[in-house]
Design a protein around this ligand. Structure first.
Ligand code: GUN
Length: 302
């Protein structure tokens, strides 16, 4: 069984991007810049934001974190985003989710200039993805990371049955639509399963490529998959583990030990899809910088 090593691939990608950033710096005197807004004190979000900012720095990009208090009004947040939309030195804007309850997440998503929406959450970006105009959009980072892993691991996808578990706007919907596209790393027949799907294993057993993004630890068991399946585990679930220093460990949506005995290739958790998500955020920020500065070769995604 091939362990799809997202950590290694993300390191390769980051090294490639570091060289590109250096090249563009010499060429134009400019570097890509990502601004991250975090509202409130959610500890998990703070960790994610720190990691994103750190990764930017590692590859030579500018990262700015705007930390706003939990009481920030929606208007204050929208005004901050408007300033960033109008700032030519900012190439990427990311508002970390979840937001406090008094702020409407969709209104915030709509307020970000689609040409700086490196999360790929804006309906203009998701719409362009659905219609196959990948050269005109940002692809949401987790699906984009899985597409990159399929490409770099030379996994056969054309005509295969891809089953996506989960219908979120961030992962399930863009993922399924991406796998449907006439791309070298996609071109699949696609099924989406969700919480109202009866007998999910009826579908998962038919999957040549299975993408699990449902947020339930160990949900996919060996009896639910076909021998030879290629599995991408998007799950990032904390479970109690008294033996661990932190008191918990992170596991995926797939029972790794048993499913890996049946699968032909599979991402581990941690070290699979997770590190790719951050790498693709960097890739989108670099892409935004290239577009804004007219540095792009025609067609960036095949
Ligand atoms: N919260 C958890 N994942 C993400 C992400 O990919 N982007 C944003 N903006 N918030 C998140």
């Amino acid at each position: 069984m091939l362990i799809i090593d997202g950590k290694k691939v993300s390191l390769d990608l980051k090294n490639e991007m570091k060289a590109s950033v250096e090249h563009y710096k010499n060429l134009t005197g400019k570097v890509p810049a990502l601004t991250i807004i975090i509202v409130g004190q959610d500890p998990a979000s703070q960790v994610y934001v720190r990691n994103k900012a750190k990764t930017c720095k590692e590859i030579g990009m500018i990262s700015t974190v705007i930390a706003m208090p939990a009481e920030t009004t929606q208007k204050q947040l929208l005004d901050t985003i408007e300033d960033l939309n109008n700032d030519p030195a900012v190439h990427g804007i990311l508002v970390q989710e979840p937001l406090p309850e008094h702020i409407d997440g969709f209104t915030v998503t709509l307020s970000i200039d689609p040409s700086k929406d490196v999360d790929g959450f804006h309906p203009q970006n998701l719409g362009c993805l659905v219609m196959g105009h990948l050269d005109k959009c940002f692809i949401s980072c987790t699906p984009y990371g899985i597409l990159e892993l399929l490409t770099r691991c030379s996994i056969e996808t054309k005509g295969k049955h891809c089953v996506v578990l989960g219908r979120s706007d961030i992962v399930g919907k863009p993922m399924a639509n991406l796998m449907l596209q006439k791309l070298d790393a996609a071109n699949c027949t696609v099924t989406i399963c969700h919480s109202a799907t009866p007998d999910i294993s009826f579908y998962t057993k038919q999957a040549d490529i299975l993408i699990a993004a449902i947020g339930q630890a160990g949900y996919i068991t060996a009896d639910m998959v076909k021998p030879g399946v290629v599995v991408f585990d998007v799950g990032n679930n904390r479970i109690e583990d008294p033996a661990a220093k932190s008191g918990f460990r992170v596991v995926g949506d797939v029972d790794y030990e048993n499913v890996s005995a049946v699968a032909s290739a599979m991402t581990p958790v941690p070290g699979g899809v997770g590190p790719m998500t951050i790498a693709m955020l960097m890739k989108n920020t670099l892409l935004s910088f290239q577009r804004i500065n007219g540095l792009l070769q025609p067609r960036s995604v095949k």
